[in-house]
Structures are given as structure tokens and as C-alpha cells.
Ligand binder design. Structure first.
Ligand SMILES: Cc1cc2nc3c(=O)[nH]c(=O)nc-3n(C[C@H](O)[C@H](O)[C@H](O)COP(=O)(O)OP(=O)(O)OC[C@H]3O[C@@H](n4cnc5c(N)ncnc54)[C@H](O)[C@@H]3O)c2cc1C
Length: 339
């Protein structure tokens, strides 16, 4: 049965599987992994917009991933987010997929997706990948399920300190929405019966240089082995890094914030050597499986590459800061507290 709710409240009151773009859910239904009634969001108004105000970028959960990557306000003010949105999946998927669906999609583990196998995530007794073929899986251990978190947008929104608004008005930050990875049955921690309504991304400080990139095993239409987003701010007069934010995906069952990498950059001149030394810290704490040890070797190079691209990002496209402290990348007044 398919429900076509006309309001978000009506949608939230229905039981069943929520369908947005359907690019993940439909595949799981074809495999027999999801057999619940469908709650189709297509007729629910107000979920597919994007707005920028003095403090935040507001993105409806139904806004497309392509739209996010192509919006000039996102490209200018949230360059790492735009690059991540434009760098995931394929053009066809990005045009269909929604921001909400991308954040809340299920893992791509072949044991989980196999219709006849019952892994830990499906209520079984063990993580089949742990003892089996886990070539594309985690090299950090946050919990018993070793499927890497699938969402590139979750990674990027973590690095941008986004808040997620649910249908009942609750605001969750990304670490809370994603959960800590210890419950193998949950790929995220959206409370049962709740819907994701919108994502709110705070405006950053002026002068952000950002990059997103991934190590992959083939050129197109592939999930990343390792993916990295970096945001840097450099004091042009002193030539030193004043702030940094670095996060990594594809290596754990949740995207990982990398504060030690960021701390190793702050106060330093971002030379190749400094970036490489900071990037080397990204693999600290890794506990690879036999088949994922190669990822630990990939991490420092992938992080160094993205840090280098962020450092060298073209600043010409950003409006000049007049030194008053009032400007943001959007030409809007800076919000109180710099937020
Ligand atoms: C070849 C290929 C490569 C890919 N590579 C990548 C990649 O590199 N990075 C990446 O991130 N993704 C990748 N993907 C996955 C793709 O991005 C997702 O399938 C897509 O983003 C899901 O969005 P959707 O709107 O179609 O979600 P749907 O399939 O409609 O939904 C996905 C899940 O989210 C839930 N959901 C959706 N919206 C809401 C809401 N508003 N409230 C509550 N629950 C909701 C649904 O119930 C469902 O469980 C790839 C896919 C393919 C086919």
C-alpha cells in the first residue's frame, strides 16, 4: 500500500517506510529487505526549498543533491558542502536523490543487501562482513557492524556543524542524528516515527578555503574507499592557519571528525610538510580488519591531498573582506557570535 500524505503532520502520523527520491529505498524493496507500506513524500509541500538568511543556509529535506551542488549561494558560502554534493554517486542519482534520503540511506554492505543473509544489522547474531569479505569496510571500530557509513552529505554536514530539524520541531546536531555507531541495527539515530524536515547550516567565517575528495577504486559511480572534507582559514597577513575543520568518511560506521588533524594545522604556516604531518594523524586509532589494512595506508595521502587542495583553493571568487569584520562570504552581515 502507498500513502500520499498532503502534509508533514499527516506523513508523520502514518506507519510505513518513507520514500523521498527512492534511489536507496526502492533497491532495498526490490531485494525484499523492506516490505512495509510506503509513505511517499512527493505531495508534502515546503520540503524542497533552499534559503539563505543572515545566519544560516536552510535546506529542505526534499531538496535534491544536485540542487545543493549547483546553487551559487552554496558554492560561494559553503564550498566544501557544494563539492561533496557534486562529488557523490552519478548525475542521474544526484538529480533524483534528496538531502534527507542521502543522510538517512542504508549501508551498502553486500551481506546486509543480500536477500537471503541475516546479518547483525538485520537482527542476526553476527556481523558477516567481519569474518567474511570486508574489502570495502571499516578500518576504525566504533561498534560491531563494520559497514562504512554510506552518506557523503552526512560527512559534509558534520564538518559544517549542521542542525537537523525534525517534523516535530526538534533540532539535532549531526553527531546526535548519526548516533555513535554502537548499535549495529541503526545506521542513524533518527527517533522512530519521526521525519527529517530540513537541515540548517550556520554561516562560516569569511575566507573559507575548502575541498572535498575521495580515494576510489574506479573513476565513476563508486562509493569511496576513503573520503575527506577540509575547511581552512588562513591569516593572509601572517600566512598561518587560524582555524581548520577536517572530517573523513568511508572508514568507520559513522563519519569521523578529525580534531587532532585540525589542531596540528592551527597556528602553522600551511606548507606541504605541515599538511603532511597533520594528515598523518588521521590514521591514529585505526583498528583495521585483515582486509581493510590497506585503507590505513590510503588515509594520510588522501587527507594530505584534500588539505593541499583546500589550501590552494581559489580565493578570487570570494568577496573581499573589508576588514570591518562585518562581511561574510555571502555579503551578508556576520551573525552575532560569528556562528
Ligand atoms: C552507483 C551509486 C553510487 C553512489 N555513491 C554514493 C556516494 O558516493 N555517496 C553517497 O552519499 N551516496 C551514494 N549513493 C547513494 C545515493 O546518494 C542515495 O541512494 C540517495 O542519496 C538516497 O536519497 P533518496 O532521496 O533517493 O532516498 P530514499 O531512497 O527515498 O530514502 C533513503 C532512506 O531515507 C529515508 N528517508 C528519506 N527521506 C526522509 C525524511 N525526510 N525523513 C525520514 N526518513 C527519510 C527513507 O525512508 C529511506 O530509508 C550512490 C548510489 C548509487 C546507485
Amino acid at each position: 500500500m502507498i500513502h500520499f500524505p498532503k502534509t508533514l503532520d499527516e506523513a508523520a502520523g502514518l506507519s510505513g517506510s518513507v520514500r523521498a527520491g527512492g534511489t536507496d529505498l526502492q533497491e532495498r524493496r526490490h531485494l525484499g529487505l523492506d516490505t512495509a507500506s510506503l509513505v511517499e513524500l512527493r505531495d508534502v509541500p515546503g520540503m524542497d526549498g533552499i534559503e539563505l538568511d543572515e545566519t544560516h543556509l536552510h535546506v529542505g529535506a526534499g531538496f535534491t543533491v544536485h540542487g545543493l551542488s549547483a546553487d551559487q549561494r552554496v558554492i560561494d558560502g559553503f564550498p566544501g558542502l557544494a563539492a561533496a554534493a557534486g562529488g557523490l554517486a552519478t548525475p542521474q542519482i544526484r538529480h533524483r536523490a534528496t538531502v534527507g534520503g542521502c543522510i538517512l540511506q542504508e549501508v551498502r554492505c553486500w551481506y546486509y543487501r543480500h536477500p537471503d543473509l541475516v546479518c547483525l544489522k538485520k537482527g542476526g547474531a553476527t556481523c558477516l562482513a567481519r569474518q567474511g569479505d570486508h574489502h570495502f569496510h571499516s578500518c576504525f571500530q566504533l561498534g560491531p557492524c563494520v559497514a562504512p557509513h554510506p552518506s557523503t552529505l552526512a560527512l559534509a554536514l558534520l564538518a559544517y556543524d549542521a542542525q537537523c530539524e525534525l517534523d516535530d520541531g526538534t533540532l539535532l546536531d549531526m553527531p546526535t542524528l548519526l548516533g555513535d555507531g554502537t548499535d549495529p541495527r541503526r545506521t542513524h539515530a533518527l527517533p522512530s516515527g519521526r521525519l527529517l524536515k530540513a537541515v540548517h547550516v550556520p554561516l562560516g567565517e569569511v575566507g573559507e578555503r575548502a575541498a572535498y575528495g575521495r580515494a576510489i577504486s574506479r573513476a565513476r559511480a563508486e562509493w569511496p574507499l576513503v573520503e575527506v572534507i577540509a575547511r581552512l582559514w588562513v591569516d593572509e597577513r601572517k600566512g598561518t592557519v587560524t582555524a581548520a575543520r577536517v572530517a573523513m568518511g568511508g572508514v568507520a560506521n559513522r563519519p569521523l571528525d578529525l580534531p587532532a588533524v585540525a589542531e596540528a594545522l592551527v597556528g602553522q604556516e600551511p606548507t606541504d610538510e605541515v599538511l603532511a604531518a597533520a594528515a598523518a594523524k588521521a590514521a591514529d586509532g585505526a583498528e583495521p580488519l585483515p582486509g581493510t589494512a590497506y585503507k590505513v595506508g590510503l588515509i594520510p595521502g588522501a587527507v594530505r591531498d584534500i588539505l593541499t587542495r583546500a589550501r590552494d583553493a581559489n580565493l578570487d571568487q570570494q568577496p573581499a573582506d573589508d576588514g570591518s569584520g562585518a562581511a561574510t562570504p555571502h555579503g551578508l552581515p556576520r551573525p552575532p557570535g560569528g556562528g
